[in-house]
Design a protein around this ligand. Structure first.
Ligand code: NCD
Ligand code: ZN
Ligand code: ZN
Ligand code: ZN
Length: 427
């Protein structure tokens, strides 16, 4: 083998002491003993698949004072995310093939880890043409950062139909504009929640359920107990963010916690933890949405969005250590299921899959500090939280993090488009 990684690996549902053999960036074999030209013997340390974060905003092009593909994917590497799927609300918005291919070229030169790009859906966009390079589609049912609102609900059914023909998944931001209270001028997290109440999400999800047809609809950032209940018996996939799990509208973080959908109540948090544990909510995704501190200064005018791609897996690993969350379910939600939903040969320690691998020393607890993270925005709403950062990160068999330090190369990251309709991933 070109490379062998040895340790206590989570293979499907069991932790086994084994060797993972890697050839040409892919896992070739998993055996008790393997010989390799390069051999990392990690002893009793934990070996897991790298995570796939299916919802990030890397702000590139157009908003690179907040983030760019270099800093965004550096954060990924440090946080154990080996592939991130980037949202289309950049400048220009990614709603046509030219913008999509331009973004792909730019990202490919800067990325430290692999990435996929969403195509934004606007009323007159060419859905079929976008399929060539997009990993999936994104629909905004509410105004949030960026301007890609679909509030013509009559058009939804047709849009879902066109998307279904491409067989690609479609992620939907579900909040019903009509049910928001625009008369409030919120100056606190409590009031912001009042202005975008739980019913907005419930109603938004219903619009998707009623119009999706056979399309592979995926509900972004489920944040309410009502939302979690609504999708319980539906063959629809969904995600939850770390901030909706760990924070609520009583958290003492002011405008840093302003986000869409808003931080909710502790009863919602409880419902989200349960839904994630049980798999009602399929995956974790960070909705990494960096804004500068300047842009977060005044609550009323602050930009909504919270960074989180670097802290998602580390926060959850600490929960695992505290016996508050199951390791197996974490790997399912952060690696395997996003791989399945977006048709990537990633997110599993199994032959044929990309050798995207992290090594974790469960003894190495750290305190999260904004100044130590790698996003351009320079802050985190999880300041002071305990976490376990991966010690090594491999992307397709190459070391990008070694002993908590960046050794990866800018531009090494490759674009994925998902294997839909028998198409292979783009090289
Ligand atoms: C996101 C952003 O800033 O791009 N903001 C947010 O509050 N989540 C957009 C989004 O995902 O809604
Ligand atoms: Zn959103
Ligand atoms: Zn988002
Ligand atoms: Zn590249």
């Amino acid at each position: 083998m070109e490379l062998v990684i040895e340790g206590n690996a989570l293979i499907d549902k069991e932790i086994v002491k084994c060797c993972i053999g890697v050839e040409e960036g892919k896992i070739k074999a998993i055996k008790k003993i393997l010989k390799g030209e390069k051999h990392h013997d990690f002893g009793d340390k934990l070996i897991l698949p790298g995570a796939i974060d299916a919802h990030v905003h890397f702000r590139d092009p157009g908003l690179t004072h907040k983030e760019d593909f270099g800093t965004g994917t550096t954060s990924c590497a440090f946080g154990g995310v080996t592939c991130a799927l980037d949202m289309p609300n950049t400048l220009p918005p990614v709603t046509n093939i030219l913008a999509l291919e331009e973004k792909a070229r730019n990202a490919d030169m800067k990325a430290f880890v692999d990435f996929g790009l969403f195509a934004g859906v606007s009323l007159n966009c060419d859905i079929e043409a976008l399929a060539k390079s997009a990993v999936g589609y994104k629909i905004y049912l509410a105004t949030t950062t960026g301007d890609m609102l679909i509030d013509d609900y009559k058009a939804l059914e047709g849009i879902f139909k066109d998307i279904n023909e491409t067989e690609k998944p479609v992620s939907v931001h579900c909040e019903d504009e009509a049910l928001m209270d625009r008369t409030l001028n919120p100056d606190s997290l409590r009031k912001y929640l009042k202005s975008r109440p739980n019913i907005c999400e419930e109603s938004g999800i219903k619009k998707v359920l009623n119009n999706r047809g056979n399309a592979k609809a995926h509900i972004c950032h489920v944040s309410t107990s009502e939302g979690a209940r609504l999708i319980e018996n539906e063959s629809i996939t969904s995600e939850v963010t770390p901030h909706h799990l760990f924070l609520n509208s009583n958290s003492d973080i002011g405008a840093l916690g302003k986000v869409n959908p808003p931080l909710r109540e502790s009863k919602d948090q409880e419902a989200l933890w349960n839904a994630l544990s049980q798999g009602t909510i399929d995956i974790m995704a960070s909705d990494h949405a960096p804004h500068t501190l300047d842009e977060k200064e005044q609550f009323e005018t602050a930009a909504p969005g919270i960074p989180g791609v670097e802290t998602m897996v580390p926060l959850m690993l600490y929960m695992v250590k505290q016996n508050k969350f199951q390791l197996e379910r974490l790997v399912d939600a952060a690696c395997k299921r996003p791989g399945e939903i977006f048709h990537l040969k990633k997110g599993r320690l199994a032959p044929g899959y990309d050798a995207d691998i992290i090594m974790v020393d469960m003894r190495s607890e750290a305190e999260i500090k904004g100044k130590n993270l790698h996003s351009k925005c320079g802050w985190t709403p999880f300041e002071g939280f305990s976490a376990i950062f991966p010690r090594f990160t491999f992307v397709r068999g190459e070391v990008v993090i070694e002993d908590w330090e960046l050794t990866g190369e800018r531009g090494y990251g490759k674009m994925v488009i998902g294997n839909h309709m028998g198409m292979e991933n783009k090289e």
